[in-house]
Each structure stands twice: as structure tokens, then as C-alpha cells.
Design a protein around this ligand. Structure first.
Ligand SMILES: *[C@@H]1O[C@H](CO)[C@@H](O)[C@H](O)[C@H]1NC(C)=O
Ligand SMILES: *[C@@H]1O[C@H](CO)[C@@H](O)[C@H](O)[C@H]1NC(C)=O
Length: 317
């Protein structure tokens, strides 16, 4: 028995070591994810079709089982003003309370099933445009994150400093039973803000239920979060809170934050669109002055092309 436990611990630590040194397959460039299709790009995203535990290495208030059935693509989004199709996500106890111990892995069981998606690729600066709606129950502590952090599949450098950027949403007793908007960075110190019905600007349940444009600007000297074009927080780099700099995976995490078995209603999130604009594209298109230099570089490219053709015709003549 001891030996088995020992072997199990050894293989677990080998697993976490191999996770820790795993490299991303590529650095991400501009994309718009097509959420109307029935599957996600398998180049960009790690396999999400297998039920598996996530954050079981943390305190059990986080333990959640990824249930592929709680991630649906190409579905009609409820109450969407554009009648759009997109991604629907759910966090619920029902998958775990059904017979069959489907939420137990080795000796640990979670009371909640949700969603954990992560990219094969890593991201380094840029702008994320996300149009989404949230319906989080106030009966149980739940968190939804668009999270950018360095872990398995994301470290293309030799640094070991924890880097994380979150566009978070929480509800439940710990959030005064109202939906809160939770922007944060870690580098490694935590730097965060809470927006709710008593903050300025405000963020409320009814607002979170609607479809809004959430934008994250991640630049070398600041990280800013905007909703429908209004900047909620612009965190400029400080010595205690440097702007995260490491190439990091992008994740979608829908998990419990108290792990309770006490019956609670389900939590939902609906994503209409997800776009990433690289830093270079953003800087080229964001201001008219940089637009001009962008045009110049196109002219320069044309010139290089023309010279190349002139050179080719010399070679062939
Ligand atoms: C939100 O983004 C969509 C494009 O995804 C755009 O058509 C719409 O005007 C934006 N709305 C606001 C309020 O910014
Ligand atoms: C954030 O602040 C920096 C520094 O003042 C500024 O250059 C940048 O434009 C701001 N970003 C947004 C989205 O407001």
C-alpha cells in the first residue's frame, strides 16, 4: 500500500514537472474564434472533450470537474439582441450528484462540474475583445475567468515568476450575493479591483446579464479593462506591480469558489465573440500617426517586391 502511494506521488510529481517544462507550440497572432461551429480550433485549444478534474492541486473550495457537456458551441444564445449563435457554458452540481462518482479522481471528489479550456498557444501582449453575458447564481460562490497565465503549455522563457491577468466575474455570499467584475494581475503580487453595485463605475447583476463588449488591453507599460468602450481600470506598471510580461496561455475557467455540496442553482455564461489582436496589429491600427507609418511599411514592402522582380528578370534574361 505504502509503495503504491509512493509510486503514485512520484508519478504525480513527474506529471507536474513535465507540465511545468512544457512549451507552448506557438505564439499567437490575430484571430477571431468561430463560436458558431460545433468545435473549437484543435490547433489553438487543448483537448476539451474528456471529463477531467481541474484545480484539484489547490484548496478544495476550488475543486471542479471539467464536463465537456457544459461547453456547447454553435447554440442560439438566450436573450441575444443579434439572435447570434455562440458558446454556452455552465457550472452545476447536477453532473456530480448523479450516480456514478463521475466527479471523483483518485481519492478526491468535487461537488461541482464546470469548464476548463486552455490554449496550446501562448500570448504576449495584445488586445482581447469579448462579447459576453453572465448569469451567475447568488446562492454559491462561483467564479468565471478569462485568465491569462503561465503554467503548463505556456512558458517559452526561463523565468519562473508567476504572471497572470484576469477578466473575472464572481457571485455568491462572498460577493454580497451580487455579480462582481474582477479585473486583476499577478506578477507575482496580486493587484486587483472589485466592481459591483457600490463601485464607480458600477457593475450590477442586470448589467452582467446583458451582452457587453469586454476589452482587455495588455501592453508592456499598462493593462486596462474596458466595458463597451468605458475604461474601468487602467493599471500602469509600478515597481510593486510590474505589467505581466511572459508569454502565457489563455484560459476560460468556470469553477466553484467554495466547493459546497449544499444545493444551489446553476451558473451560466454566454460568449458571442472572441477576438485577439496582437500588439503589433493594435499599434499599427490604433492611431492615425501609427496608421501612416503602417502605410509606409506597406509601400516599403511594395518597393522590395518590385526590386525583387527586377532582380529576377535580370537572372532569367
Ligand atoms: C460591441 O462590439 C460589436 C462588434 O463585436 C459592435 O458591433 C458594437 O457596436 C459594440 N458595442 C459597443 C457598445 O461598443
Ligand atoms: C492606459 O494608460 C496609459 C498611460 O497613461 C495610456 O498610454 C493608455 O492609452 C491607457 N489605456 C487605456 C485603454 O485607457
Amino acid at each position: 500500500m505504502m509503495k503504491y502511494t509512493f509510486n503514485f506521488i512520484i508519478s504525480l510529481s513527474i506529471l507536474s514537472i513535465s507540465n511545468a517544462i512544457q512549451q507552448s507550440t506557438y505564439i499567437e497572432t490575430d484571430f477571431i474564434e468561430d463560436l458558431t461551429k460545433s468545435t473549437l480550433s484543435s490547433t489553438r485549444w487543448m483537448d476539451y472533450t474528456t471529463p477531467q478534474p481541474f484545480q484539484f492541486d489547490q484548496s478544495n473550495k476550488r475543486w471542479t470537474t471539467h464536463n465537456p457537456a457544459y461547453l456547447q458551441l454553435g447554440v442560439s444564445l438566450p436573450n441575444n439582441p443579434d439572435n447570434a449563435k455562440g458558446m454556452s457554458l455552465r457550472l452545476s452540481q447536477s453532473y456530480c450528484t448523479d450516480a456514478g462518482s463521475k466527479c471523483c479522481f483518485s481519492s478526491k471528489c468535487s461537488n461541482w462540474a464546470g469548464v476548463h479550456l486552455q490554449t496550446n498557444s501562448c500570448f504576449q501582449y495584445g488586445v482581447f475583445n469579448i462579447r459576453a453575458s453572465f448569469k451567475l447564481s447568488n446562492q454559491n460562490d462561483a467564479l468565471f475567468f478569462f485568465g491569462i497565465f503561465v503554467e503548463s503549455g505556456s512558458n517559452m522563457d526561463s523565468s519562473s515568476v508567476w504572471n497572470e491577468i484576469d477578466i473575472g466575474y464572481g457571485n455568491g455570499p462572498s460577493y454580497s450575493s451580487q455579480t462582481s467584475f474582477l479585473p486583476a494581475t499577478f506578477s507575482p503580487n496580486e493587484n486587483k479591483k472589485v466592481f459591483d453595485s457600490s463601485s464607480n463605475p458600477q457593475y450590477t447583476d442586470s448589467f452582467s446579464n446583458g451582452y457587453h463588449n469586454y476589452t482587455l488591453y495588455w501592453m508592456p507599460d499598462y493593462v486596462a479593462w474596458a466595458i463597451d468602450g468605458i475604461v474601468y481600470w487602467n493599471s500602469t506598471t509600478l515597481s510593486q506591480y510590474p505589467t505581466p510580461w511572459r508569454c502565457s496561455s489563455f484560459r476560460i475557467i468556470f469553477r466553484t469558489d467554495n466547493g459546497l455540496q449544499t444545493p444551489s442553482s446553476d451558473h451560466y455564461a454566454y460568449i458571442q465573440s472572441l477576438q485577439y489582436i496582437s500588439k503589433s496589429t493594435y499599434l499599427r491600427t490604433s492611431s492615425s500617426t501609427s496608421q501612416k507609418s503602417g502605410d509606409n511599411s506597406i509601400n516599403l514592402q511594395n518597393l522590395v517586391f518590385k526590386l525583387f522582380f527586377i532582380f529576377l528578370s535580370f537572372v532569367f534574361i
